[in-house]
Structure formats: C-alpha cells, structure tokens
Design a protein around this ligand. Structure first.
Ligand SMILES: [Zn+2]
Length: 203
C-alpha cells in the first residue's frame, strides 16, 4: 500500500510528457539521408543562467538581442536543436526529427563504415541540455536525456550507443560542449536502465 502510494507520487513527479514549440529554424535533410547520430550539446543563455526562456526565444527566432549585452553577437544567428532538456529534465521539441535542425555547424563524424562524413546536421538529431562548464548536470537531465535517446534509438536503428556523441567530438577545437561536466559513464548507466520508450516525439 505504502509502496503503491510512493510509486504514484514518483509517477506524478516524473512527467514524461513532451512540450512542443515548433521553430521555423530547419530545412530538409539531403535526399536519402539516414539518421544515425545523436549530438549532445550544452547551452546556457546568458552564459551561466539556466532558465529556458531566452534559449526558447533564441531557437524560435524571437530573442530580443537588445535585452542583454551578452546577446549582441546573436543578432544574425539562426540556430535550433531538435530538443532541449532543461535542468528539471523537462524536454521541449523544436524541430521534427525528419527535418534538419541547425545545431552542429561545421562538423564531421565517420559513417558506420568508418568513412569521414561532413555536415553532421544532415544525418543527426541534436539535443541541447541546459548547462555550462562549471556546474554538474542534474540527475533529471541524465535520466530524461537517456530516455529521449532510447526513444530515438528505437525509431532510428542506425543510432547505437557508440553513435551518441558530443558537439566537442564532431567539431574539436571549435566547440567545448557538453564539456567536462557531462559524465559519459553516468549517462551510459542511465541509458542502460531505460526499458520503456515513453516519449511521443514528432518525426
Ligand atoms: Zn553545441
């Protein structure tokens, strides 16, 4: 009885729903593209602040760049990611996965045969986790990012555990994220614990 009650409270606390805020920052993937890579990122806006409102505005194309001096560089920048995972683990989808989001920039990662392939946006799904280089990511972010990755792996069979990489891996020297705060071993443990795919994503 008590266990039932506790499980129920846990269920209520863990809302597995997905929010949708569909951005116009996307275009078609090249014909014949096979989605076989997940790129994990970290973002905070302004740097070191973990609220999601400016990130959402940035990806939606309506960030008021005059509202903060830190945003001045972003005036002509149009970017997006398929998903954002906030500090509480809440997931928002901005771009359908069949479309190309603009998260990776100049980048390269080998295909399944080991051949170098440029432009990771063409064949990857981008997940931004709210965080920075100084603060550990939250337990909820490990759990929900793993759940989201499992959902994507069930949909796109070319994505294996080895094909979940960091932005820093596909653009070394140019990008730092998700950086040293992201504990890959902990993430793999989270991934191995996920049994059910519970997210409903927009393809
Ligand atoms: Zn990044």
């Amino acid at each position: 009885m008590i266990i039932d009650y506790l499980l129920c409270v846990v269920c209520l606390k863990h809302d597995h729903g997905m929010r949708f805020l569909l951005s116009s920052h996307h275009n078609a993937r090249p014909a014949g593209s096979i989605i076989d890579l997940i790129v994990l990122h970290a973002i905070s806006l302004p740097v070191g602040r973990f609220e999601s409102e400016y990130i959402e505005a940035f990806f939606m194309g309506n960030l008021d760049v005059m509202s903060n001096p830190d945003f001045a560089d972003l005036s002509d920048t149009r970017v997006s990611a398929h998903f954002v995972v906030d500090r509480k683990g809440k997931v928002t989808q901005f771009v359908p996965t069949s479309r190309r989001a603009w998260h990776a920039g100049q980048s390269s990662w080998p295909d399944v045969e080991g051949e170098a392939r440029e432009n990771c946006n063409d064949y990857s799904v981008g997940i931004e986790m709210i965080g920075d280089e100084s603060n550990p990511f939250t337990q909820a972010q490990y759990r929900e990012t793993a759940r989201l990755c499992r959902t994507l792996m069930a949909e796109y069979h070319g994505i294996t555990t080895q094909r979940i990489v960091g932005h820093q891996d596909i653009a070394p020297g140019r990008k730092w994220d998700p950086g040293k705060q992201w504990d890959w071993a902990k993430f793999y443990r989270s991934l191995s614990r996920i049994r059910n795919v519970s997210f409903k994503i927009k393809l």
